[in-house]
Design a protein around this ligand. Structure first.
Ligand SMILES: [Zn+2]
Ligand SMILES: [Zn+2]
Length: 333
């Protein structure tokens, strides 16, 4: 099979992902073999490839918004069938035994493993995955439409829920990449007013098209303060900015796995019970809840598709925010 393999972490301009011919992975008893149709490209892949977060062992095949069909089952697979269309998200597995796992906070498990980071992911024609790491996908989406929902959507949904925003309130969204595209629509379905702050004028245009109630560049004051915010940009300076636009008692929820240093700010910004909280990955429950939401609320994925072997070029565009929307690698037929 063809795969884009990371042998050593380097700047994306060095094209560290190498198109490689690999053997189709053998299956363990609880694994299924997925013929990958599409794999979303997430900013976390860029952070992995460039070594801002370093995979515990190399080589690794990145990719954690994997969509495909099961073509083979291990001997002890009971819940998935050949022909099932499944997705594999970023959260792959956890230990199942620690205090976090026992409280359904698997995202905090120290032994959690992540797709395309601890185990080979979907920048390949085939992927082996534990049957419990695969989720049946709603039928009302094409492969390339559902791919960005598996990380951008799921992790964004967790960050959104951690913001504790309520129907009728105003939510600030900072940055307008793949996650924010999706969460804006979730918020609208739930009758939440949305203010979008983004530097990129194509992204501001996208936000308007998707129905944002107010759109502006980050430094522009919104028409009124928002109740809570979700920050999707990896720029640490967004945190004090979002706090300065947040009402008393509001939450600024950080949706990214990686963020540059947050500049120091006056206590006054946090005063009056404002909170800043980070979002660590997602739990299996988040995946199920979000896929159920997407089943009943059709979310428009704004995506551009690219061939598998262009992964380096696509990640370069992600790095420089040159994509107006999400990117998805699609495999040849
Ligand atoms: Zn655990
Ligand atoms: Zn991701």
């Amino acid at each position: 099979m063809k795969a884009m393999v990371l042998n050593s972490c380097q700047s994306i301009e060095q094209e560290p992902l190498k198109l490689t011919e690999r053997k189709i992975p053998p299956l363990q008893h609880h694994q299924v073999l997925i013929e990958v149709n599409a794999c979303g490209v997430c900013r976390t892949d860029l952070h992995t490839v460039e070594g801002e977060i370093i995979p515990p062992s190399l080589p690794i095949i990145p990719g954690h918004e994997v969509v495909g069909r099961i073509v083979k089952r291990g001997a002890k697979v009971h819940q998935k069938n050949i022909g099932d269309r499944v997705g594999v998200p970023w959260f792959y597995s956890s230990c199942g035994e620690c205090s976090y796992c026992r409280q359904n906070r698997e995202n905090l498990c120290s032994r959690a493993r992540y797709t395309g980071f601890n185990v080979d992911g979907g920048y390949a024609e085939f992927m082996a995955a534990h049957e419990k790491s695969c989720y049946l996908l709603p039928d009302n989406y094409q492969d390339m439409e559902i791919a960005p929902l598996l990380c951008g959507g799921v992790v964004g949904y967790r960050a959104f829920r951690l913001s504790d925003i309520k129907p009728g309130q105003i939510l600030g969204l900072y940055g307008f990449g793949s996650s924010a595209h999706i969460i804006l629509q979730v918020a609208k379905f739930l009758q939440i007013t949305t203010f979008v702050f983004t530097r990129s004028s194509p992204h501001r245009h996208q936000a308007e098209l998707l129905g944002a109630d107010w759109v502006g560049p980050p430094q522009q004051p919104p028409p009124e303060l928002h109740h809570s915010a979700v920050v999707f940009t990896p720029a640490g300076e967004s945190v004090p900015l979002a706090l300065s636009n947040t009402r008393k008692g509001g939450i600024v929820s950080l949706g990214g796995i990686y963020m540059s240093d947050i500049p120091s700010f006056k206590y006054n910004l946090l005063w009056e019970e404002r909170q800043v909280r980070s979002t660590a990955n997602s739990t299996p429950q988040d995946v199920n809840d979000f896929l159920n939401f997407a089943r009943t609320h059709k979310i428009t994925s704004v995506v551009e598709t690219f061939p598998l072997d262009s992964a380096n070029q696509v990640l370069t565009k992600v790095k420089h925010s040159q994509l107006p929307a999400g990117a998805v690698l699609v495999m040849d037929d």
